[in-house]
Design a binder for this molecule. Structure first.
Ligand SMILES: CC(C)(COP(=O)(O)OP(=O)(O)OC[C@H]1O[C@@H](n2cnc3c(N)ncnc32)[C@H](O)[C@@H]1OP(=O)(O)O)[C@@H](O)C(=O)NCCC(=O)NCCS
Length: 180
């Protein structure tokens, strides 16, 4: 006997079934998936020209990825979130943060950001700056960033510069979260 057909409920929390997303440094094997994800999000979804999306900083940046989990419904091992880090002395910049539209809200973006912070600390950075799309401002505020200055257009999208400090002994999984 089958039960009543119920509407699909909200997605399970990110730590249901298969654990919470875990981000790590990208390997050479991740690069095709990482590139495809950025193309899907920035070029196809947001209309950024491909020649702007891909720049020569990719060659020297530190790339981080988070892979799909069974609970996401994404194929195992598929790159579902990514971001990159550039370190210049004590200052770091983060960019190209993207999560696959199918897994947003499941913690992959936060996991990538926390790992980028950890990598920045390992390289001696004490401050991070990024150019946040204004629609993602709340995501970065949740991770301890504060906006600096006025909004501006970049690649045709409204952005605001945001910054946060990195404590040398920061707990990247928990202390990154801004106080409520
Ligand atoms: C921004 C982005 C990377 C976030 O990734 P994500 O995997 O959906 O984020 P998470 O699930 O890890 O969210 C972490 C927290 O931020 C919150 N959050 C996520 N996106 C948010 C947004 N746009 N505005 C406000 N809060 C947001 C989540 O609710 C969550 O809060 P919680 O911990 O209280 O539940 C993703 O939405 C994305 O790829 N967007 C399109 C590309 C883009 O705008 N990139 C940013 C360029 S600056």
């Amino acid at each position: 006997m089958t039960g009543p057909v119920l509407p699909p409920g909200p997605p399970p929390p990110a730590d249901a079934d298969a654990g919470a997303p875990v981000a790590r440094l990208a390997t050479a094997a991740d690069l095709p998936g990482l590139t495809a994800l950025r193309t899907r999000v920035f070029v196809e979804e947001q209309g950024v020209p491909p020649e702007v999306e891909r720049d020569d900083r990719d060659a020297t940046a530190v790339h981080v990825v988070s892979l799909g989990l069974p609970a996401d419904g994404a194929p195992a091992g598929r790159v579902v979130a990514t971001g990159r880090l550039l370190v210049d002395g004590r200052r770091a910049s983060i960019g190209r943060m993207a999560a696959d539209a199918a897994v947003r809200g499941r913690g992959h973006g936060a996991a990538v950001l926390a790992e980028l912070h950890r990598q920045a600390r390992l390289r001696g950075a004490t401050e991070v700056e990024l150019h946040a799309q204004v629609t993602a401002r709340g995501f970065y505020e949740r991770a301890g960033y504060a906006a600096v200055g006025a909004e501006y257009l970049e690649a045709g999208i409204r952005h605001v510069t945001m910054r946060r400090t990195l404590a040398p002994d920061g707990d990247d999984r928990h202390a990154d979260r801004a106080a409520p």
